[in-house]
Design a protein around this ligand. Structure first.
Ligand code: GLC
Length: 439
């Protein structure tokens, strides 16, 4: 009890000192703004030594190689990986808890692009000096935007992400159809394949529909791909529209007709990937990382060499992806901040980004890799992926993102599970978002 009290007092005292320091550095930063590159006044990143790296579960199996490459060159500044859960929500929960307790156990944070505002506004991550991260000038500009809050840099883009439509090329060829660009074409292709003997036991389509961040992504994509918005360019929610309804109804009708299998309501990325790899889906919406895993010829994938990748389908033509990806940030409570910054620089370098793409098929943030002829041969989806990322819709950049995404997930889930009519779900969502996002 006594320990707890003095511990709390100490924490309060250090928080006050911390806030004053941050306040001082923020004031300095404001004075020195130089054309978007306000780096003077940003607190110096000091201290070298061992650090930890908190990141979601490594589905690629390549992270140990990346970290080993750093560790062999930096024996006194070794990185230890803290592997967090597979799902975005599970990762956020642990990182938030850690930050709220002001713990120094995570030095570098692998942040989902949607968490920047929340972590920056709460001062859980440090503002970064832009001139110390040369990769920023090489990154797809949309990815750099996701690393900023109020025009200041708080993280460095490492991987981007755009939704792709994986399809069974062997089955489409058999049925004599080309990859669809609209939802209607996709459903028609499913009917043709279902009529083939080879189509037995193959469901039409699945994305990620479990109640978590992936549902926010899939719902937003459906809405955007039908010409609607969740939050408009003016920052105001505008989801109670006929366009948004048309998008949501593609999904609700899909569940009602069986085009989307019932089991997909429990799918996050990995469950969907396994269903596709097991040959149970004709079409599957997922991120680029699936490409490498579904192409494995070690017996883990039944569809290696049998699938293709296309842009997401939309209402009247190709759809719109939600912008995904991950940025690395430095925890405000970290020790050895200089090492943390150097590790981020290392992971953001062209060499490491190329190696990661080659091993994991994850979307790099480094723009020129998408135009590299050799890489395009190995990963034929790179050109359409770059186009998809460049026109992808970001999710709202708001401090209360946790509440916003929970509201979206609830509305979408209620509609998909027939708890609410789609129209009612959107009307309720609009009311909820309007109270959460006040400008
Ligand atoms: C991917 C994306 C991320 C998104 C998440 C949803 O990891 O990169 O931005 O939030 O999927 O599940």
């Amino acid at each position: 009890m006594r320990f707890e009290r003095s511990h709390t007092r100490k924490a309060v005292a250090s928080a006050v000192v911390g806030s004053l320091l941050l306040l001082a550095s923020a004031c300095g930063g404001d004075d020195s703004s130089s054309g978007g590159g306000a780096t003077t006044g940003v607190a110096a990143l000091e201290g070298k030594g061992p650090i930890t790296f908190a990141t979601g579960k490594d589905t690629s199996g390549f992270l140990p190689d990346q970290v080993a490459a750093w560790n062999s060159q930096h024996p006194d500044e070794k990185v230890t990986v803290s592997e967090l859960p597979e799902s975005a929500d599970g990762q956020r929960q642990q990182m938030v808890q850690n930050a709220q307790n002001k713990q120094d156990s995570f030095s570098v944070l692998n942040l989902d692009v949607v968490w920047t505002a929340e972590f920056a506004a709460n001062r859980w991550i440090l503002e970064l000096p832009q001139d110390q991260f040369p990769s920023l000038g090489k990154a797809i500009p949309a990815t750099v935007e996701t690393a900023k809050y109020r025009d200041k840099l708080y993280a460095v883009p490492i991987t981007s992400d755009g939704g792709l439509l994986y399809y069974r090329k062997d089955l489409l060829d058999k049925a004599g159809v080309t990859p669809p660009t609209t939802w209607d074409e996709m459903l028609a292709a499913c009917q043709k394949v279902a009529a083939l003997p080879e189509g037995k036991g193959v469901n039409c389509y699945a994305g990620q529909f479990e109640k978590y961040e992936g549902l926010t992504v899939n719902f937003s994509e459906a809405v955007n791909s039908a010409g609607g918005v969740v939050v408009g360019k003016d920052g105001k929610p505008n989801v109670d529209t006929p366009e948004a309804l048309a998008g949501l109804e593609e999904l609700t009708k899909g569940f009602a007709s069986g085009a989307i299998p019932k089991a997909a309501i429990t799918y996050k990325e990995e469950e969907g990937r396994r269903a596709f790899q097991d040959g149970k889906l004709l079409f599957h919406r997922n991120w680029p990382y699936v490409y490498a895993l579904a192409s494995k010829t070690d017996g883990s994938s039944k569809v290696a060499g049998k699938f293709g990748v296309a842009p997401l389908p939309g209402k009247t033509g190709p759809g719109v992806s939600t912008l995904g990806g991950h940025n690395y940030a430095i925890s405000a409570f970290a020790k050895n901040k200089a090492t943390a910054a150097d590790f981020i620089k290392f992971m953001a370098s062209e060499e490491r980004q190329r190696a990661n793409l080659q091993a994991s098929s994850q979307a790099p943030s480094w723009a020129s890799l998408y135009d590299d002829p050799a890489l395009n041969k190995t990963f034929p989806y790179l050109a359409p992926l770059k186009a998809s990322i460049e026109k992808a819709q970001p999710r709202p950049s708001v401090v209360k993102y946790g509440d916003v995404t929970a509201a979206v997930q609830e509305a979408a889930y209620d509609a998909l599970t027939s708890k609410k009519q789609p129209k009612q779900a959107l009307t309720d969502l609009q009311t909820k978002l309007s109270s959460l996002i006040t400008q």
